[in-house]
Design a protein around this ligand. Structure first.
Ligand SMILES: [Ca+2]
Ligand SMILES: [Ca+2]
Ligand SMILES: [Ca+2]
Length: 519
């Protein structure tokens, strides 16, 4: 062990014990600690013992009210006396906590991704409602990357969520909250979390950073196939890109619905500034598979099958960065007599995360000027009675080349761009808001709107670029909040009104505004 630049290495001095020069000299889950006298192999943060093994993180995983562990906010509480599920104690979110997005949180020190191991957040929770129709759901924030579980188990169930890059490498805040505000407040719903612990993932359970878990389908792990009745699904030899293996969903009759879902780890913005999801796919001509994230089927993209293999690319929004998410490729049912024979299939292969500079590097809202056009827009679904797309049209755009164009030609249709933004913190100038510009002519039939949660803003139709401010829920600061921009085709029978009406949107901006609530 030599000295550097002529200085004497302290390890050469009598009585000083040195085990290492660098991390590579140490064992598994160890690093070379150079902070004291000498250089010693020590366990990475979170690990303990000899040999180093993963410890217990966070403090008080069972919610037994251990001091200096969890911080509660906005009505969430720790109930050490509760029976719990896996173990005694729970954190409880009564109705008022759900209505204000209460939370429990704790900052933990996490090891670096490199040198440690893949982890999952293992959480046991339940939702309840006296009418057995629960509106509460669970949301987990790990280092600012949020993941919602849209299921509402009535009795305690344990689920695992792979950790993304934002959950490694230093102080990481764990935040547990509800995923969506109850439809009516006050509410008798509640949410109880029995246990939350970070534990090593099983073999093949989690995707590697920047990758899908078995993205090329050449393995057997990583994908779940959900079909019913006469449908079949799975990984099949020879159906994929260049005759390789691929995932396939195959329906025989009209109403059959089914999907395949896999997981992917989106790097943090500092590692990959402009992530996009790319995949190879093919579907029977005329059918419309759907793509959605984290089980949220309201926000999706619609693909148009042609019977010819295609490669698609969608920019990944900022709320996915630093986290692990699931993607669902769905081949929906077709309305009509369910027993009708209607053979059709969806094949997917080579799912991967790529960096695409045209997706931009905007924080909080994806591509606010729609300059990634003509890439297809995620969240522009339900377009069969109109259209929703980012288009290249400098004459129509307020700035740049791209603009969001929405059209409608049917009564009762509501073609919309549905997307998540991350509301900024309130400040002295006001509460969180989405500011945007719209240009809508005096359409005879349809009306233009912006919506967040249950509040809808009617947009004036004056044919000029006009600024609008949509207040965002201050309870969702730093977390994904769903927004819709759209045209409504008007009340009445769902039939064509004989013309096509348009609206344009451009230059979204997250800001604070004095007209918006700060808490
Ligand atoms: Ca417990
Ligand atoms: Ca393949
Ligand atoms: Ca633009």
């Amino acid at each position: 062990m030599g000295g550097e630049g002529g200085t004497v290495d302290e390890c050469d001095m009598p009585g000083v014990v040195c085990e290492c020069d660098e991390d590579l000299d140490c064992g598994e889950f160890e690093f070379c600690d150079m902070s004291g006298t000498g250089r010693l192999c020590e366990c990475l943060t979170g690990y303990e013992g000899d040999p180093c093994a993963w410890g217990t993180l966070p403090k008080d995983p069972g919610f037994q009210d251990v001091p200096m562990a969890w911080t509660t906010d906005k009505g969430a509480m720790i109930d050490a006396a509760a029976v719990g599920g896996v173990d005694p104690g729970q954190t409880s979110f009564p109705g008022d906590a759900l209505c204000s997005y209460g939370s429990v949180s704790q900052v933990v020190s996490m090891p670096p991704l490199e040198g440690s191991q893949p982890f999952v957040a293992e959480v046991s929770y339940q939702t309840s409602d006296p009418f057995l129709f629960s509106e509460s759901s669970l949301a987990i924030g790990l280092g600012g990357a949020w993941r919602s579980d849209l299921d509402s188990p009535y009795s305690f169930e344990t689920r695992s969520y792979c950790l993304g890059e934002a959950a490694y490498g230093g102080d990481v805040e764990i935040e547990l909250s509800n995923g969506s505000r109850p439809y009516s407040c006050p509410t008798t719903d509640d949410l109880n979390i029995d246990r939350f612990e970070i534990v090593p993932a099983g073999p093949g359970q989690c995707p590697e950073l920047g990758e899908f878990n078995n993205g090329d389908f050449e393995g057997t792990n990583g994908w779940e196939f959900t079909v019913a009745g006469s449908s079949t699904a799975g990984i099949e030899d020879g159906s994929g890109a260049e005759g390789s293996r691929a995932g396939i969903v195959r329906h025989a009759t009209r109403c059959n619905n089914g999907w395949m879902s896999g997981s992917f780890s989106v790097p943090s913005a500092s590692t990959m500034p402009s992530p996009a999801l790319e995949f190879w796919w093919n579907a029977t001509d005329g059918y419309l598979p759907r793509l959605s994230f984290d089980g949220n089927r309201d926000m999706f993209a619609e693909l148009e099958g042609t019977g010819v293999p295609q490669t698609a690319r969608y920019c990944l929004p900022p709320w996915t960065q630093g986290g692990v998410h699931t993607v669902r490729f769905e081949l929906p049912g077709v309305s009509g007599a369910c027993a009708d024979a209607l053979p059709r299939e969806l094949v997917v292969d080579n799912t991967r995360i790529v960096n695409d500079p045209s997706c931009g590097t905007s924080e909080g809202v994806l591509d606010p000027g729609f300059e990634s056009a003509p890439l297809p827009l995620f969240g522009a679904g339900f377009t069969s009675r109109g259209s929703v797309a980012a288009v290249v049209d400098p004459a129509a755009a307020r700035s740049g080349q791209g603009v969001l164009e929405i059209s409608v030609s049917f009564r009762c249709a509501q073609p919309s761009y549905v997307f998540n933004v991350i509301p900024p913190a309130p400040d002295v100038t006001g509460g969180p808001a989405l500011r945007f510009w719209h240009r809508v002519p005096a359409n005879p039939v349809s009306s233009a709107f912006a919506r967040v949660g249950q509040s809808t803003l009617a947009l004036p139709e004056n044919g000029e670029w006009t600024e609008a401010v949509l207040c965002l829920d201050p309870g969702l600061v730093g977390r994904p909040a769903e927004v819709r921009l759209g045209l409504y085709g008007g009340d009445g029978l769902c039939a064509s009104f004989g013309s096509t009406e348009y609206g344009y949107f451009d230059d979204l901006e997250l800001t604070t505004d004095p007209a918006c609530p700060t808490e």
